[in-house]
Each structure stands twice: as C-alpha cells, then as structure tokens.
Design a protein around this ligand. Structure first.
Ligand code: UTP
Length: 408
C-alpha cells in the first residue's frame, strides 16, 4: 500500500492520526506501518459506538443436558466408542493459547506460568500430563494443534521445544497463529503502541478454525482422517482433553458438537450457560441472563439454565468446514491497552482504557445443528486460572490440583 492509499483508507474510517509520526520513521518502519494499515480491518471499529445492538438474542428456551447419573450408567459404552475413535486417529485437540492473559498480569504466555510450589509445574505441563492419561489408555498419540498469536508465538514455541513438549510426542504437535485486530480508545480511535505500529491484540478465540485453514492445516486433518477436534482453553489446569467418555457420548448421541458443562454454584455465577436460541444450540453469557431466565424452571421443575460452559468443546470437522465462510458476532471488550500518549511515550495503563474486538468460540455453537451439553464434576475438571488471587486464580487452582492428587 502506498502512503496515498493509506491516507485514503484512514480518512474513510477517521483514523488519520495513526500517521502522526510517519515522517520520523525510517524507510523500513514506514513500509511496515503502511503494510499494517493495509492489513487491518477498520470496518469493525465503528461498531463500538453502538455496542448494545451487537448483543441481540433470539428466543431462549432450555436445552437438555446429559447429566452425571446418565453418564455413569453408560460410561463403559461411551468410553469404548471414544477410545476406538482415538485409536483410529479420528480425534485431534486444539489448545487455544493466543490470549494475552492480562488479568494474570504475567509478561510470558499464560501456559508458561509455574503453578508448582516445591517443584516446577507449568500450566502447559499440567495440560500435557492430562493428555498423557488418554494417550496411555488408548495406546496411541493424538495430534495437538496449538494456537498462538503474534504476541506470544515465539515464546510459546521455544518454551515447549525446550521442555521437549513435557513428554508429548513432538511429531504430533503443530503450531499456528491467529489473526490480530486493532485496539482503540473509547471513541473507536486506534491506539499506537509504537510510533510506527498500531496497537493490536489477538482477535478472540472464535477464529481458530479459520486460522487453522490459513495455516494450511486442513490438509493434515484430511490426510490423517481427523473427524473431531477437541478445543480447549489454556488456563484450566484440571481439564480432561480428548476425554473418551465425552467423545463417545457425543458420537453415540449423533451430535455434531459436544460441550462440557458444570452445574453452576449460584444462579448468578459468571459463566455462560447452554440453551436453545430460536431452536438451535446456543450460549447465553452471564451478563445477558435476565432475572426471568435466571429463575426459570424446566419441565422437571429444575433450574432451566444451570449448566455453565467451561470452554471445552468437541466439534465435528465436516460441520466446521461448512461454517468456515460464516461470520461470527463481534464482541467489544474493555481492556487495558498499552498506548503512546500525546508526548509519544508508552503508557501501560492500570485500568481499562479502551476496546478490543473479538469473536468467540462459543458463538460457533449457534451455527451448528446439534450440541450435547455434557456434565462434568466441577471439582475434578474445572480449575481455571484467570487471576493471581481470589476466584478462578492461581490460588484456587492450586487448591484444586492438590485435592485431585497433584503434587505441587
Ligand atoms: P480469556 O477470555 O480468558 O482471555 O481466554 P485471555 O486473553 O487469556 O485473558 P485476559 O482476559 O486478557 O485476562 C480464554 C481462552 O481463549 C484463548 C486464551 O488463550 C484462553 O485459552 N484466547 C483468547 C485465544 O486463544 N485468543 C484470543 O484472542 C483470546
């Protein structure tokens, strides 16, 4: 893109200020900035001016969850279906590790966080240990796809390689990078993080399959015959990955998606809950849950919206390919965004100062025709690390790891 073309584009979106320091840059920096301007989707930025319109939902009704007694009654049958699928190479796992982990506040990728006390025990290591249980049970490896972003790719790859993938088979580990989106102030003006660089952040975890495609990984799915992908977050150190019973239940119920859920511990707990929206599977975020929905009962008299998602989903690959071209709703999130102030100095704010633009994996569920919400025991499978202390923290996760027999 030439300077003239960049100016045109910026004028269209009211972002001319990003060229403020252009004349101070050397030739290479100038070109890098013009390339970044060319690659940035600025059409989405206006949306922050009418955020409330983005969250419109259809008609919400309850969805049936497969609950613990039913799972226990059929666990051997489901387990053998799941194990067979893993042995046949039909299952892969996708680790979503492109996030910035701003709440945890570490400079390193979240997976590099050491939760050990008397020994080193990194988040990535906990996840690999959990995967190894399944590898041992099935007697075969399954492919692991690790999504990173521009901000943490190099550190993630070298850390995992340095630690020899914590015992996982390197031939089965594949990295790919997600796309970035510009970050803005509250007026939708793009921040600069350097004189020649727009402030960007990872564009949410919803673009993972598009990013896999862009990285050329769909060919590998095809040649390896991978039919199911288990997508999971980096920060839940207790989660079961490629869980054979979950997989077998989703296959047995002929669903194209499975979603692990936990029973909420209070009606107003801050988790998204499974539901039907206009007759299709969907998730209502906690801030969208009205008083009426919170207190609603299903036909058995139980709370109708009581199973929260834990970001562990199984997707069938053919259906993922079908929805590749579909757009996902945009989420505009308030975050702390490092920026250059009026004097050109870098500021790392203590409080949120603007917006990031994200799409979310949970919105993919609504594009699918069927979904099995699958209950898991919270204390055994849900220990997310979002903060240093308090709820969903290093502290709470450590306590849960110990409770589950892990030495810290
Ligand atoms: P979170 O919503 O907790 O975001 O991500 P985060 O960026 O890790 O943390 P905060 O909000 O800044 O504190 C849930 C999962 O989705 C991944 C994260 O790495 C985590 O596994 N994620 C999130 C991505 O892979 N890409 C993104 O753009 C955002």
């Amino acid at each position: 893109m030439t300077l003239f073309e960049a100016q045109e584009k910026l004028r269209t979106y009211g972002q001319e200020h990003v060229l403020k320091y252009y004349e101070e840059l050397n030739e290479e920096e100038k070109q890098a900035l013009l390339d970044q301007i060319a690659a940035t989707d600025m059409s989405i930025l206006e949306a922050c001016k009418h955020r409330e319109e983005l969250a419109k939902k259809g008609e919400i009704t309850p969805i049936a969850t497969m609950q613990l007694p039913e799972i226990q009654a059929h666990s051997e049958e489901y387990r053998s279906i799941g194990i067979q699928a893993i042995r046949e190479g039909k299952v892969g796992a996708v680790l979503l590790a492109g996030g910035m982990g701003t709440r945890l506040g570490s400079e390193d990728p979240k997976g590099m966080y050491n939760v050990g006390i008397s020994r080193d025990l990194y988040i990535f290591q906990c996840l690999v240990n959990n995967m190894m249980d399944v590898v041992k049970e099935a007697g075969s490896w399954f492919h692991l796809f690790v999504m990173t972003s521009d901000k943490n790719h190099a550190a993630t790859v070298s850390f995992l390689k340095e630690h020899d993938y914590f015992g996982y088979n390197g031939a089965y580990v594949h990295f790919f990078m997600q796309e970035m989106a510009a970050a803005t102030d509250y007026e939708g003006k793009i921040y600069l993080e350097e004189k020649g660089k727009l402030s960007t952040s990872p564009n949410g975890n919803g673009g993972w399959f598009v990013s896999m495609k862009n990285a050329g990984l769909l060919d590998l799915l095809k040649t390896e015959g991978i039919e199911w992908l288990n997508v999971f977050a980096v920060d839940n150190v207790l989660q079961r990955i490629a869980d054979p019973v979950f997989l077998g239940a989703t296959i047995a119920k002929d669903c194209v998606v499975g979603a692990k859920v936990v029973r909420k511990n209070a009606p107003d707990e801050k988790v998204g809950v499974m539901c039907l929206e206009d007759g299709r599977p969907s998730i209502v975020e906690y801030y969208e849950l009205t008083e009426e929905l919170m207190n609603a009962k299903d036909e058995n008299g139980d709370p109708a919206y009581y199973f929260g998602v834990i970001l562990n989903y199984l997707f069938r690959v053919p259906e993922l390919i079908e929805i590749l071209e579909n757009h996902l709703p945009l989420h505009i999130v308030e975050k702390k965004i490092p920026y250059l102030n009026a004097d050109g100095e870098l500021v790392k704010p203590e409080a949120p100062n603007g917006y990031k633009f994200e799409s979310l994996v949970l919105d993919m569920i609504h594009q699918m025709k069927s979904c099995l919400p699958f209950e898991v025991v919270r204390e055994r499978e849900f220990a997310p690390i979002k903060n240093k202390t308090g709820i969903d923290s290093v502290e709470s996760a450590r306590a849960l790891l110990v409770q589950n027999g892990v030495t810290l």
